[in-house]
Design a protein around this ligand. Structure first.
Ligand SMILES: Cc1ncc(COP(=O)(O)O)c(C=O)c1O
Length: 389
C-alpha cells in the first residue's frame, strides 16, 4: 500500500486506468466460478453496501439494454441483510435494521428465508420439497407487470440468522428458477466470500453460477475499504451490445490504495495457502464447539467453514427463545469480550424479533488451541450470563 501511494495515490477512473485494479480484477475473476471468467468483469467500490447498490443498478440497466425498461425490482428474502444504504436496506429483510427507515424503503418483494430450524412455513425438510424456494417461482410467475429484474440472496445467511446454511438442493433450485424465468441471480457474498466458508465463494459448495457475486469485508481484510461486484458474461454482453457504458460511479471506486491492499491480501492468502486451511480450521472449530451443544441454553451450533453461529434458547426441549428484553446475545457478547473473545451478537433469528445468537468468524490462521480458547470463553460467558438469569 505504501509503495502504491508513492507511485500513484489516486486517479479518477472516469479518465484513467489503474494497473493494480486491473491486476486485482483478473485475480478475483480467476477465483470466481469457471463460467463467470471468460467475458466476466469486476466493478470495484468501497464496501459491501456500495457493492449491492451497484448490483441493483447493474440489474436495472441490464434490462434497459435488453429493451425491457419495465424491469427494475430486485426481490430478496425476509431475515436477510444486504447493507445499510437505502437500496441495499430495501432488499434486506432484517426487521430491526429496517424498522426506523421503513418509510424510505420501497417494497420490491420478499420471500421467506430458507431456515429449517425455524421454518417460517412450519414444514420439515425434505418433505417440504423446498417450499420456501418455490415462493420465488410463484413471485416471478405472478409478476404480471413483468417488473422483477433479479433475486439477491446470502448463500449462508450471516448476521441475521447466525450462519444458517440451506439444505442441499435449495441454492440449485433458486438458480434454476431464476434461469427459467429470465431473472438475474445475485449472490451476496460480502460475508461468505473470499474463502470464508471453505471455498472461494459459498455458491461453489452447490456448483451454482450466479450472474453477479457481490463481495467486500475479507477482500482487503480491513486494511482498506474495498468491495465490488463480479459480473458474469451474460450481463457484460448485454452492456457491450447495448449502450456500452454503465451509468454509475463513485469517486473512490478502484482506489489505488484499496487495490494494493486487495492484491496484498490475495498474495498472503495464496502464498500461505490459507484458502486450503479453512476446511481444517473449520473442523477444529466445530469440534471445539461440540461440547457446548449439551448446554441447557444452547439450541444450535451451525455454520460452514469459518463462519459459525451459536443460538441460545430459554427452553432446550421446546426451542423457545428468551424474551427479547433480556438481550441474551448482547450479554453473551459482553461476557465473552471479558474473556478476550470477540463475537457478533444479534437478535431476531427466530421470527425477526426474538431469538438470540452470536456469530464467530475467526481468522483463517486460527489454531486448534485458539479454537479451544474460543469455546472455553463462550462456556465461561454462558456461565456468567445464565447463572444471573
Ligand atoms: C451479507 C452482507 N451484505 C452486505 C453487507 C454490507 O457491507 P458493508 O458493511 O461493507 O457496507 C454486509 C455487512 O455486514 C453483509 O453481511
Amino acid at each position: 500500500m505504501a509503495e502504491q501511494v508513492s507511485q500513484l495515490s489516486f486517479a479518477h477512473s472516469s479518465q484513467f486506468h489503474t494497473a493494480s485494479a486491473e491486476k486485482l480484477a483478473a485475480r478475483l475473476l480467476a477465483l470466481a466460478p469457471k463460467s463467470m471468467r471468460p467475458g466476466g468483469r469486476v466493478y470495484f467500490c468501497s464496501g459491501g453496501s456500495e457493492a449491492n447498490e451497484t448490483a441493483i443498478k447493474l440489474a436495472r440497466q441490464y434490462f434497459i439494454e435488453r429493451g425491457q425498461p419495465k424491469r427494475f425490482r430486485v426481490v430478496s428474502r425476509r431475515q436477510s441483510y444486504h447493507g445499510s444504504t437505502l437500496g441495499a436496506m430495501a432488499m434486506s429483510g432484517n426487521v430491526a435494521r429496517r424498522e426506523p427507515y421503513q418509510p424510505l424503503l420501497p417494497e420490491w418483494g420478499h420471500i421467506d428465508p430458507c431456515f429449517c430450524l425455524h421454518c417460517p412455513l412450519g414444514l420439515h425438510f425434505p418433505e417440504c420439497n423446498l417450499a420456501c424456494g418455490e415462493e420465488l417461482e410463484a413471485l416471478l410467475r405472478d409478476d404480471r407487470e413483468n417488473s422483477i429484474a433479479a433475486f439477491i440472496f446470502e448463500p449462508v445467511v450471516g448476521a441475521t440468522l447466525g450462519a444458517a446454511v440451506p439444505p442441499d438442493g435449495y441454492v440449485q433450485r433458486i438458480a434454476e428458477i431464476c434461469r427459467s424465468q429470465d431473472a438475474l441471480l445475485i449472490a451476496d457474498e460480502v460475508m461468505t466470500g473470499m474463502g470464508r466458508t471453505g471455498k472461494p465463494f459459498a455458491v461453489d459448495h452447490w456448483n451454482v453460477v450466479p450472474d453477479m457475486i457481490t463481495f467486500g469485508k475479507g477482500a482487503a481484510s480491513g486494511y482498506a475499504p474495498l468491495g465490488g461486484v463480479i459480473v458474469g458474461p451474460r450481463v457484460v454482453e448485454a452492456f457491450e451490445r447495448g449502450s456500452g457504458a454503465f451509468q454509475h460511479g463513485f469517486t473512490y471506486q478502484n482506489h489505488p490504495v484499496s487495490m494494493a491492499a486487495g492484491n496484498a491480501v490475495l498474495d498472503v492468502l495464496e502464498k500461505q495457502e490459507l484458502f486450503a486451511r479453512v476446511p481444517t480450521a473449520s473442523r477444529e472449530l466445530f469440534a471445539a464447539l461440540e461440547p457446548l451443544k449439551q448446554h441447557r441454553h444452547i439450541g444450535d451450533v451451525r455454520g460452514l467453514g469459518l463462519l459459525a453461529g451459536i443460538e441460545f434458547v430459554k427452553d432446550k426441549d421446546t426451542g423457545a427463545p428468551f424474551p427479547r428484553e433480556e438481550n441474551i446475545a448482547g450479554k453473551i457478547f459482553e461476557a465473552a469480550m471479558e474473556q478476550g473473545v470477540l463475537t457478533y451478537p444479534t437478535q431476531g433469528c427466530v421470527d425477526g424479533v426474538s431469538g438470540d445468537h452470536i456469530l464467530l468468524a475467526p481468522p483463517f490462521i486460527i489454531t486448534a488451541e485458539e479454537c479451544h480458547i474460543t469455546a472455553r470463553a463462550i462456556a465461561a460467558a454462558m456461565e456468567k450470563v445464565f447463572s444471573a438469569t
